[in-house]
Design a binder for this molecule. Sequence first.
Ligand code: SF4
Length: 1011
Amino acid sequence: MSVGEFAGFTLGPRDAGQGGPSGLWRVQLGQEWHARLRTRTEAEVAAKNQGSTRADAAFEVPLTLPCMHRGWTFKLTGRIDQLVTVFDLHTSDGGHRPDVSVVIREIKTVSGPLPADESALRTDYPDYFLQAIAYLALLRSAPRRSDSRPAPEAAADPEAILPLDLGATAGSALKAELVFVEIGTGITQSVALGADDEMSFHAQLERLAEFLDLQVRARDRLRGLQFHPAFAALRPGQETIQEDLLAAFSCGTPGTLQTIGSPESFSAPPSRRASTTVFFEAPTGYGKTGVLLEFALGRLRAGRFGRLLYLTSKSTGQLQVMRTLAAMCAPRGDAGSPQAGSAGTESVSAAERFPGPSAGGAPTPVAAWQVRPKAEHCVNSVFHCVRDACPYLADLESRWTNGGLARFYLFDNQPHDLEALRAAGRDAQLCPYEITRAALPFNDVWIGDYNYVFSPDNRGLFFDRPGFNPEQTLLVVDEAHNLPSRVADACSHVARSGDAEFVLAELHRVRAMSPLLLAWEQWTRLLAGLRHTDALDLAVEDDARDAIDRLAALVAGTPLDYAALGPGVSEILWKTLALRDWLAGDFDFASNPKLKTPNSKFQTPNSKLIVQNPELRTLNPELRTLNPELRTLNPELRTLNSEPKTQNSPPPVPTLLWCPRAGELRFTCLDAAALIGRTLRAFGGVILASATLQPADVFAASCGLDEATAEPARPDPITVPAALGKLSRRSRKAMRGLTSGAELLRVEEAEESAGPRLLLAAAPWRDNAYAVGVDTRVDTTFQHRMQFYAATAATVDALQGAAQTAAGRRSSTVDGSRTAPLAERPSASVIAVFFPSYAYADNIIKALKTAGSALRVALQPRGADLAVQAAWVEDSLLQADALFLVLGSSFAESIDLLGGRVTHAMVVGPALPEVNAIQHSRMAELERTGLGRTAAFRRVYQIPGMQKVNQALGRLVRAPGQQARVLLHCRRFAEPSYATLLSGEYRHGALIRNDDELTRWLGASFPAGNL
Ligand code: SF4
C-alpha cells in the first residue's frame, strides 16, 4: 500500500479539517508549490555549502519498504518530497566523521489560513502528520547498503533497499518536518515532528492489523456461508438459470457478443476462461433479484469473489434485495424457511413469503449493508456538512469510541436500518453517515444506488473504503438499461444566472474577500449575458473557462464562512470546482487508481485540446475577431478535442456546452460510454440485468463494452538466462522481445474476457400472454398528431369499453352516466394509456371532453415520490376508467402494481426523445465516428423510444396466467425500423387499418382464451 493510503486508513471517523476540495486543478496547484519550494531548498543547500557545513538535497525520493507488526507484513511505497542532508564540518576534527542530520520534508497544501496553531493543524490534518512520520519510521528501520548483515538477510527483497545510499549517514540524526503551504497565497509554516507523532505511527499499524484480522474473519464467514435457494418453487424457465449464469461466465466465443439461450450458443465451443461481463435479460416478474442473489452468494462462497455490489436506483428495489437476502439466510427449520413452502406452478420469492425484518433483526450469515444517501442519514437541523453548521462533526474520534459505535462492524446482527443508524448517531452525538462509512468494509454485500460506483461526486464512498478491490468484486446492476443515461446525467452540470446573482448577494453579505467578489461578479455577468444557443460560441466558451478557472482557485483558497452562507450557496460555490474539472475533461475516472485495469495504460485525464494546447490559446484572440469563421472551425476543434491525444490517453468523452434558455449554461455529457466501460472493466465480474437490454450490441456500445481496450496488452518478456552464453547484439535484441507461452495465454485470455455475453432468461409463461394490435389509422408524429386527437380519444373510449366487456362487469347506468358504485367496479375494467408526454396526454383529455366522453381519466401526478405514486395507482384503479401514464417516467417503468390488474392497454406512439441540442449533438457525434444518419437516428431516437414502450408493456404481465390486450396506436409501429425494436412478445401484432378492423380486433377472443 502507499504511504498515503496507510496514513489515510481509519476504522472509524477521523477528526479532520473542513474537507478540502480536490480535483485536477488542485493537483496542478500543489505541483506548482512543490516546484517553488524545491527551488527554495536548492538555494538553502547552496548557501549552506558556502560555510562550515555541507548539504545535499534529494527530491521526490521513491521508496518501497516493509514494516512488520503483529504477524502482518506491510509493504509501503511512497515518495519523499524532500530529503535534505546536512554535514557539520566542525565536528569532523580528529578523523571523526562529521555530524550528519537528515531531514524528511513533506509538503502539503492547505486551504485554511496560515500560520495556524500547531495543535489545530494536528487535529485538522492527522493524515499529513502520519505520512511524514511513516517515512521517518521506515527510514529508521530500512536496511542500508552498508549494512554489515549478510545480503540475504538485509535485502531479501531488492525493493526494500532505499534508492539512495544512506549508508554514509548510518547513525545520523533523522528528523521529519511538515511544510504546510497556504494554497491561495503560498505562505508556509513548518512543523517539526516529535515523539508523540511516532506513537501515532504504531497506533496506525495496530489499526491496520485489527482491520486485517477482521477481514480474515469475514473471509472465513463467507467460506462457511449457508443459504436457501431463492425460490421455494421454481417458475417455468427458472429450472436451469443457475447453470446458465455459471455458463455465461465461463463459455463463449472470444471477442463477440454472444447470446446464451439462443440456438447457436449451444454449438459454440467453450472458451478457456471466464467472462467478466454478462448481460442478463429477464422479463419483469421473472424473479431476477432472487436468481441473481442465489448466483452471487454461491460465487462468494466458492471464493470466486470477495464482495458483491448490488446496484439499483430505487430504494424499494434495495429493500427487496435486503429482504430476499434475509429470507435466503434465515435459519433452517425456521417457519420462514422457503424450503418449507410447497411446490407449485408459480414460484414464490423468499422475500414475498417470508418478509422478515428489513435491514436489522434477523441473523444474516452474509453481512449486507444497504447504503442510503447521506441526506437521509442526517440528524442535524439542516443538511449542511460543515463543522460550524453541524455539531455532529465535532470530536468524531472520541465520540465514536465513547458511543461504542465500533459495534456496527465488530458484531454481526446489529440492526442497521436507517432509523437504527440515526438513533445511534443521535445518542453518540455523531453523524450517522460515519457509521455507514466505517461499517462498509466489513460487509460482504453492499446495496445502493448507481452513483456509488459511477458518479464522480459519490463514488468515493465505495472506492475509498479500505480493502475494497474491484477486481475481486462482483458488480450487479439492476435496471441496467438506465445506466448510460444515469451516468451521463451524473457527469453533467448546469449554472444559472439567477443562482449566481443570489450567491453574489450572499458573498457581499458575509463580506467575502474582494478578489472572489470580483470574479463572481464577472461570472454572474457572463451568465446573465447568455442567450439561447445550441452550442456556445468558442469565444464565450473561452471566457467561461477563464472565469471558472479563476473562481475554482479562489473558492479553494479563500476562507469563507460556509455556515453563514448556508447549504444552497455553499453547494453552488463548491460546484465551480466540479465545473473546472469538467471543462478540463477530468471526470475522476482517469485519476482513480482503483479503476486502472490490467490492460489500461491511461495516465492522463481527457483534457480538451483547447485547454491543453498553448498554441490554440494564442490563436484565440485572432479567432475571436473571426467569429463567422470560428463557427466553421468549431467542429474541427471539437473533433480534435475528442481525439485521443496520445496512444495512452483515455477514450474521449463527448461533451456539449449550450444554453437551452437565456441565462442558463448547461455542461452536458453527451455519451458516458467511455466512463462506464472503464469502470466496468475494473471489476472482476459484472452482471447488467434488465428486462430490456436489446439490441445488445447497441447496449454494449452505450456501456463502452463494444471495443477492446485502446491499448493492446503486451505480454511481459521472459528473463533471458545468463547461461545462454555469449550472444550477438542482434540476438540479444531479439531475445528481449521473447515471451513465454503462459504469458501469451494470459494476455489472450484477458482480451477474450473483455467482451460481454448476453443471457436471455426463458419465460415460457409469457408466450401468447399478449394480444397485440398495431393501429395504422393514426400518425402520432409531432407534426401530424393534432389531426388525430379525436381518433385517439375515440380509441381510448373504445378500448375501455372492450375492457369492461372482457371483465364482464360493464357498469350499469342509473341516470345515463356510466358510473357504478366503486365497490362493484373491478380494476380489470381500467385501462392504461401510455403517452410520450404530458402535453400529449392533456390534449387527449381535452379531446375526450370535447367528444362528450364520460370516461374518468386519472393523469399521473408530476414529481411524486414512489410512495405517492403507488398510492395514486391504487386509488386510480378503483376510481378511474383510464390511467394516463407518461412513458419513461417512474410510473411507467417502476410501478409494478399494474401486472394482472390492467388487462387492456394502449401505447400512443413511440416515445422518441425530445428533439433538442443534446440529441442533435449526439447524432453529429455518432455520424462523426462513422455511423450513417439512419443508424445514428436509430441509436439516438428510436432505440430509447422503443425501450420505454417495451419497459411499460413488460409490466402488464408479471406472472403465469396473466394476459394483456395491447393496442400500439401509431402507424410507425408497423414500420420495420420500429417493429424490430419491439420485444418478441409484441412484435407480430395484427394490423388495424380501419375502424371496422379495430372493432373486430377489440371483440376477438384472446388467443389463450381469458380475455
Ligand atoms: S455531517 Fe451528518 S449530521 Fe451533520 S449535516 Fe451532514 S449529514 Fe447531517
